[in-house]
Design a protein around this ligand. Structure first.
Ligand code: FES
Length: 511
């Protein structure tokens, strides 16, 4: 095993944001409740919604399966910008100029609102104003960036096409948008949660939701046997755990790796950067300690969960960071997961065509922090009966774009079918072939069993059928987890759910 593999194994232990802001534990829900609004999921979208509604005077309960702000929100790069790689030129071509304007305004106003809360509540969340850049190094792609700069400017952002950046290598071109922001996402959300609770809101951790019956009131049931009766229910679980509009057919999961560590402040590129090239590279820095160094955060190497060699990808990303930021001490590595909608616009609004009081927020791509803040304000407006200028843009029931989405939709479904059928036909190794510290799907009679062998040689066997819709899981050895390539559910080696849409654990198996 290479040195970097060993480093990767040792380092994939968790997010810097989660480690440096542990926060208090919240109780699990053990009794029935009656509330105005039940919010399922305590990431940026769920907590922002709950916070706005609590301030509007509604009784809110937040139900989180694991810990507050420790899922995807706690594992992001934590940039707050309305510049989302190359979205504006696409929006003006596939929708219209008005859609691009509403997108820019909705994201920008959400970030401004968050800054107002930071000031009002005195939140110490390392908020820093920075320019955001989308760059390319390939000269053949510079025109794409020129078009994006023009489209973003038309949409109302202070965007410019530039060829100079603070990056330590030349670029062929970049879109620069000034006065964007970066922060510590968990410090922000823990402070918001504390204020929410102080205002009478309820927040429960370790509370797995299993059922939702729509009605007046709706009934939300938990794995622990509690029932929450609520006039409104918001499903903000990243990939929706209740999917009555079959949104899963228009969403695809993408896993992305992050490496981070202290670097000499002289190497700080002084902005937030992303490129669509090289399997994505995203760069920012953050305050770090008292010695004048900065924390370098580099993201990239996206892939479908449950596919390929994650350790090799960590090595490649770390190698890129060391090449361009010499001397960086990459002492953190983690991964995050994004959900891409087929038309690139998040889905925030009523849960399905007949929904009267159930809502969903999903499909933020790689932009779930500004998107989650935007979702909080939009959903709060919808729940309280107010109109919002961009409700149609983000409406999950939108059909206007269905024809244009068709090729991506069909590609996604073909990919799911390929995994559902093809993964079952693939030869499976015998259990004896699984080395310590590794996992594999093995054959056991007519069944497929997910086997992990621990470092002491003990074998942990689970059903390999994902409890969402039955695709076969695959082992991610760098993160030591079972992952489903169809819609991105993730499971621990004891079978418990790490990430939905699955809500039930993988069943134990005897070999
Ligand atoms: Fe849908 Fe596994 S996540 S089948």
């Amino acid at each position: 095993m290479s040195e970097q593999h060993q480093q990767g194994q040792r380092r994939v232990t968790g997010s810097y944001w989660v480690e440096t802001a542990p926060g208090p534990r919240r109780p699990a829900l053990t009794r029935d409740l009656d509330v105005d609004v039940a919010v399922i999921g305590a990431g940026m979208a769920g907590l922002s919604t709950a916070y706005e509604l609590t301030r509007a005077g509604l009784g809110v309960a937040v139900l989180e399966a694991r810990r507050v702000a420790a899922g995807v929100t706690g594992h992001t790069t934590a940039k707050l910008t309305a510049l989302h790689t190359l979205i504006y030129d696409r929006l003006r071509r596939t929708r219209d100029a008005q859609a691009a304007r509403l997108y820019a305004r909705s994201q920008s106003e959400a970030i401004e609102h968050a800054l107002e809360l930071v000031d009002e509540l005195g939140i110490d969340c390392e908020w820093e104003t920075r320019s955001a850049y989308t760059y390319v190094r390939d000269a053949d792609r510079a025109d794409e960036l020129r078009a994006e700069a023009e489209a973003a400017r038309e949409a109302g952002l202070p965007a410019k096409f530039v060829t100079e950046t603070g990056l330590p290598f030349p670029v062929a071109g970049a879109v620069r948008v000034a006065d964007q922001a970066q922060f510590h996402p968990r410090k922000y959300l823990l402070a918001l949660t504390a204020d929410l609770v102080a205002r009478g809101g309820q927040v429960y951790e370790d509370t797995v939701v299993r059922g939702l019956t729509e009605g007046e009131p709706c009934r939300v049931t938990t794995a622990g046997g509690a029932t929450v009766r609520a006039r409104h229910v918001v499903v903000a679980t990243h990939y929706p755990i209740f999917d009555r509009a079959l949104l899963f057919a228009r969403l695809s999961p993408r896993r992305e790796l992050v490496v981070a560590g202290p670097v000499d402040a002289a190497l700080d590129p002084g902005g937030m950067y992303i490129t669509p090239e090289e399997d994505t590279r995203s760069v920012r820095t953050a305050p770090y300690g008292e010695d004048g160094r900065r924390l370098l955060v580099v993201t990239g190497e996206h892939f479908t969960p449950g596919t390929g060699d994650t350790r090799a990808r960590f090595d490649k990303l770390a190698g890129w960071a060391r090449e361009h930021f010499p001397g960086v001490n990459l002492d953190h590595a983690w991964a995050t997961q994004d959900i891409d909608p087929t038309d690139t616009v998040p889905m925030v609004g009523p849960m399905h065509a007949g929904a009267r009081n159930t809502y969903v927020a999903t499909g933020f791509g790689g932009w779930g922090l500004s998107g989650g803040m935007m979702a909080g304000r939009l959903l709060a407006a919808l729940v309280t009966g107010r109109d919002c200028p961009w409700q149609e843009l983000y409406d999950p029931r939108r059909m206007r774009t269905a024809v244009r989405e068709a090729p991506t939709f069909l590609k996604n479904q073909a990919e799911v079918a390929r995994h559902f059928v093809g993964d079952r036909l693939r030869p499976a190794p015998p259990v004896e072939a699984v080395p310590p510290g590794e996992g594999a799907v093995v054959r056991s009679g007519a069944d497929r069993v997910a086997v992990y062998r621990d470092e002491e040689g003990g074998v942990h066997a689970l059903s390999a059928r994902c409890t969402h819709l039955g695709c076969l899981v695959a082992f991610n050895s760098a993160e030591r987890a079972w992952e489903c390539p169809c819609h991105g559910s993730r499971f621990d080696i004891d079978g418990s759910v790490l990430q939905g849409p699955a809500t039930r654990p993988l069943e134990r198996r005897e070999l």
